[in-house]
Design a protein. Structure first.
Length: 124
């Protein structure tokens, strides 16, 4: 299950703006990873007083390598396509676009495990 985490500077990106970005990212990630939207998890976090060198909006996508490593091989193209869809939706203000303003990270993970706490029988 891919996880999309959106980090925002609350003093510059209000809830209404972030909801639009979240919804656009949700659709773009599901589309380009060829998944149902119900299978893409989303989180929104505020940067805190201990964070440094952060953007107004940062979108982090953590996912598996896909069948036969297809996502690993296409990672740059996937990141570009997801970013392009978000920009095309018009949810990121023009002044937030560019280096040191907003960014997208696509991390392809090699392996992991998940289980509900206290339910080792449901580990996968």
């Amino acid at each position: 299950m891919p996880l999309v985490t959106i980090w925002r500077d609350r003093s510059r990106a209000d809830d209404a703006a972030v909801v639009k970005i979240r919804d656009s990212a949700h659709k773009a990630v599901a589309t380009h990873l060829k998944m149902n939207m119900d299978d893409v998890l989303l989180r929104v976090h505020d940067v805190g007083p201990l964070d440094v060198n952060y953007s107004i909006i940062s979108i982090e996508i953590d996912t598996s390598p896909g069948k036969d490593g297809c996502r690993q091989e296409a990672r740059a193209e996937l990141a570009k396509a997801i970013s392009a869809d978000i920009v095309a939706d018009g949810v990121i203000p023009e002044e937030w676009i560019g280096p040191l303003k907003s960014d997208l990270w696509l991390r392809i993970l090699g392996g992991s495990a998940f289980l509900p706490i206290g339910r080792p029988d449901l580990a996968h």
